[in-house]
Design a binder for this molecule. Sequence first.
Ligand SMILES: CC(C)(COP(=O)(O)OP(=O)(O)OC[C@H]1O[C@@H](n2cnc3c(N)ncnc32)[C@H](O)[C@@H]1OP(=O)(O)O)[C@@H](O)C(=O)NCCC(=O)NCCS
Length: 161
Amino acid sequence: MQFHVRRAVPADHEAITEVAFAAWIESYAPIFGLEYVEKNVAETYTLSRSLADITHKDGCYLVAIADGVVVGFSWIIVRWRETELMRLYVTPHWQGQKVGTALLEAGEQFLRKNGISHYIVHVHSRARDAVNFYKRRGFALRHMLRLGENLCFEKWLTDDE
Ligand SMILES: CC(C)(COP(=O)(O)OP(=O)(O)OC[C@H]1O[C@@H](n2cnc3c(N)ncnc32)[C@H](O)[C@@H]1OP(=O)(O)O)[C@@H](O)C(=O)NCCC(=O)NCCS
C-alpha cells in the first residue's frame, strides 16, 4: 500500500490527534487502562500544545499520508543536551506496513542534515512491539527509569546509512 512522508503543518493537528488516540487505545489501554489513555491523549494533544510542537523551531514533525489521510506521525526535538524522538505513532490498521520505519528514516535524514549523530527515545517496557521495533533499528538500551518501567534507548547514526 502506498504512502508518503512530509513535514507536518498546523492543519494536520486533528488528524494527528486521531492517529495518536487510535494507537494509544490499541497499544496502551491494555497496560494503563482506558481512562488514563483518554486523559493522557487529551492533555498531550490540545490545540495549543500541538501547534507549538508542530511548528517548534528546533523540531522535525512528520506525517505519513495514504490516500490523503494521515496514517502516522513522528516528532523529533533537538535540544542542546540531547535530541529526542518524542513521538512515533502509526494508526493500528497501518501498523506493520513500514510506515513507522519510513518516519524513523525520514527523521534520521533530518538529523544527519543537521549534523546530529545521536538521539534517544523513551518507551514503556511493556510496549513489547515498540521495544522490538527500536532494537531492530539500531537502538540500544541506555538506562531504565521508574524501576524498569520506562526504558531509555539511544542510537548513534553512522555516515554510511
Ligand atoms: C511501533 C510502531 C511505531 C512501528 O510502526 P509500524 O509502521 O507498525 O512498523 P513497521 O511496519 O515500519 O515495522 C514493523 C516492525 O515493527 C514490529 N511491529 C511493531 N508494532 C507492530 C504492530 N502493531 N503490528 C505489526 N508489526 C509491529 C514488527 O514486528 C516489525 O518488525 P521488523 O520489521 O523489525 O521485523 C507502530 O507499530 C505503533 O505506532 N505502535 C503503537 C504505538 C507505539 O508503541 N509507539 C511507539 C511509542 S514510543
